[in-house]
Unconditional design. Structure first.
Length: 161
């Protein structure tokens, strides 16, 4: 496996992927198999829309299972306890202040597929994530967003729990 294929994830993100895979394989597969079985009972499957819908859902489910399995195989878990809190990195929690305002926001820097800004999880590949990566407390960064450029000051960096 090359680094290009690796997906950086937190331990929490890895566990969520495992839980999703278990749900898909242990629960959803059975539900869809039941739907297919019931649809077959309606008779001729060549003109059976319920059967076609169930088979399409099965196809999409199997694609998702394959995708989650690939992501788990290629996952590289970043341990927040081992990160250097002297600089922003994956697995750290960073507090940013908009320069010229008293507005502060705290984000945990996570892997690209774990991003959820509303929950305080910011992807290392996002514009803000890329701008603050490897920066230290007191440094200022300018981030270009669709709303225009915003300047942030890094107020605090700590290991995420």
């Amino acid at each position: 496996m090359t680094d290009k294929n690796q997906e950086l994830v937190t331990r929490e993100g890895f566990q969520k992927l495992q839980e999703e895979l278990n749900h898909l394989t242990e629960i959803r597969r059975g539900e869809i198999a039941d739907r297919i079985r019931q649809a077959r009972e309606f008779g001729d499957i060549s003109e059976n829309s319920e059967y076609d819908d169930a088979k399409n859902e099965q196809y999409l489910l199997e694609r998702r299972i394959s995708e989650v399995q690939r992501r788990l195989r290629n996952a590289k878990i970043v341990d927040p306890s081992g990160v250097d809190t002297g600089a922003v990195d994956l697995g750290t929690r960073v507090t940013l202040r908009v320069v010229g305002k008293d507005t502060e926001r705290t984000f945990q820097i996570v892997g690209a597929n774990e991003s959820d800004p509303g929950s305080g999880k910011l992807s290392h590949a996002s514009p803000v994530g890329r701008a603050v990566l490897k920066r230290r407390v007191g440094e200022k960064v300018t981030v270009s967003t669709p709303r225009g450029a915003t300047e942030y000051e890094i107020v605090n960096v700590e290991a995420a729990s």
